[in-house]
Design a protein around this ligand. Structure first.
Ligand code: SAH
Ligand code: SF4
Ligand code: F3S
Length: 487
């Protein structure tokens, strides 16, 4: 049997794509494994959103090349956003890579290729197992890797050579939330739990925010037919999924290619499906946010969760304009007002970029002011990273990196206090949560309707996949903790 491992960098869109591929491979008779060393096929889904995401990827591929020395039938493929524009480089510099498939290319072509590849791996694997001495050496490969990194280190998309240790086991944190606490600028995703299903309702983006590479890596916006989405949701519910996330770079510009239905209608239809489950979505664009969407959410609770990821990016109108975001901070706050009015207990999170070209201290303080007004539950914050193809690439930027780092660090420090305050409000309360997975024996990870993390002390791993009541006893910035009181 051919085993595969999915490595996922990047956003939920990549999650959903990798989850889809995993289902496809399982249907072909393959088995998903949780460690690279156990896999015959490794598919790396890549993210280009910030430079650091790319750096981590190259370091990771370097380590995989080592694995291949002992397992010649191991195949490694690269898909996703970096694959969209660095195909040539991957083939040229990484001999260990067998295929590269960009995020804009047809998924059916990849599936066809994989179906054939699995047969080849199967044959090579049996031959290798019969005669392990036939091991092929991959010495040339290291030389090529080194050459690539040397070249990159002198180029504009710099890779720091000192970060690359091909045999080192880099400690990687499990969740985006945990990473945010430790360091800025990383995107790496946690393993998919079967309880959660990610469904892409569209791909691409037409917004062209001036800092963002996504419209170039994923292409123009394409919405998928509502009937297909509803079928996919139904399938996931039948499979046992309890938390469905509908994903798009800009979900509220969704338009059903068959009926012309818009996003609120899609949500309403998903909420009308049979079953006991939660639905959330990411991300809406503040420019396109209308009150009727909040109304649909409020009318369909708890199936539609009171959770909103609402990306602010900056609180300064000058910077928002330069970012091409098409809203002002006042408009953003007005829309936050709508959700607070309709769902006062909603979980609200956001994305913020500091140090966009031209950002002054005053602009930065405007962002801090919006944070104070909204009191977000969680913020994903990043230092601006210059990306190829984008409009901001050529914008003059005279703010030193250390100053940007200071702004980010102060902003994150303040957010930790706010997040802690938000979590503390729940101490002593009983919250309905969905148990997502067993983190370790005796400790379960669950989430609230507002997407907040709750650690449960319990030896009952059978609770995974159930909604339970948890009395919150203590909290940190990232995790509330408690015990199950209602079954
Ligand atoms: N479509 C989503 C965001 C996708 S990217 C939206 O519009 O909200 C996720 C986040 O990465 C963005 O919200 C932004 O905060 C951040 N980001 C995107 N490009 C960036 C860049 N060049 N530098 C730093 N952060 C960036
Ligand atoms: Fe990027 Fe803006 Fe599109 Fe989000 S809306 S994916 S930030 S271009
Ligand atoms: Fe990254 Fe592509 Fe998502 S660049 S954030 S994986 S759309």
């Amino acid at each position: 049997m051919v085993t595969f491992f999915n490595k996922i960098y990047g956003c939920q869109a990549n999650f959903a794509d990798s989850q889809g591929l995993a289902k496809f491979l399982v249907e072909l008779g393959c088995k998903q494994v949780m460690a690279e060393k156990d896999a015959d096929l490794i598919i790396i889904n890549t993210c280009a959103i910030r430079e650091k995401a790319e750096q981590k990827l190259y370091s990771y591929i370097g380590r995989l090349a080592e694995l291949k020395k002992d397992k010649p039938h191991l195949k490694i493929g690269v898909i996703g956003c970096v694959a969209s524009y660095k195909k040539k480089e991957f083939y040229e510099y990484f001999e260990c890579i067998s295929f590269v498939h960009g995020a804009r290319e047809e998924i059916s072509a990849l599936q066809g290729y994989l179906a054939e590849l699995i047969l080849n791996i199967q044959t090579a694997k049996s031959l290798f197992l019969q005669n392990p001495d036939s091991k092929i050496k991959y010495l040339k490969q290291d030389r090529r890797l080194k050459k690539f990194f040397d070249k990159q280190a002198t180029g504009s998309d710099q890779i720091s050579i000192s970060r690359l240790n091909l045999t080192e086991q880099i400690k990687e944190s499990n969740t985006r939330e945990e990473e945010q606490i430790k360091e800025d600028d990383t995107t790496e995703s946690e393993q998919i739990s079967d309880v959660r299903a990610m469904i892409n309702i569209m791909t691409g983006c037409n917004k062209y925010c001036s800092y963002c590479i996504v419209p170039f890596t994923r292409g123009r916006e394409i919405s998928y037919p509502m009937s297909d989405i509803l079928n996919a949701v139904k399938k996931d519910i039948d499979r046992g999924a309890k938390d469905i996330t509908l994903i798009g770079q800009n979900v509220n510009s969704y338009i059903d290619p068959q009926t012309g239905a818009r996003f609120p209608e899609l949500l309403q239809k998903v909420a009308s499906l049979e079953g006991d489950f939660w639905v959330r979505f990411i991300s809406p664009h503040p420019q396109d946010m209308t009150k009727d969407l909040f109304q649909v959410m409020a009318n369909n609770r708890p199936k539609l969760t009171a959770f909103l990821h609402f990306p602010l990016q900056s609180g300064s109108d000058t910077i928002l304009k330069a970012m091409n975001r098409n809203y002002t901070s006042a408009e953003f706050l007005e829309k936050i007002g709508w959700i607070k009015e309709l769902m006062p207990d909603a979980g609200i999170t956001t994305d913020i970029i500091v140090g966009f070209p031209g950002e002054t201290e005053k602009d930065y303080l405007a962002t801090r002011e919006v944070m104070e007004k909204v009191q977000f539950d969680q913020i994903y914050s990043f230092i601006y990273s210059k990306r190829k193809f984008t409009k901001a690439y050529n914008m003059p930027d005279d703010c030193p990196q250390e100053e940007k780092a200071r702004r980010l660090s102060e902003l994150q420090m303040r957010q930790r206090e706010i997040s802690l305050d938000q979590n503390r409000k729940n101490i002593g309360k009983t919250l309905k949560v969905l148990v997502e997975k067993e983190l370790e024996p005796g400790k379960l990870l669950a989430r609230t309707e507002g997407n907040a993390r709750v650690l449960i002390t319990s030896n009952n791993a059978n609770l995974v996949g159930s909604f339970v009541g948890v009395k919150i006893e203590s909290t940190t910035v990232v995790n509330m903790s408690g015990t199950v009181i209602v079954l």
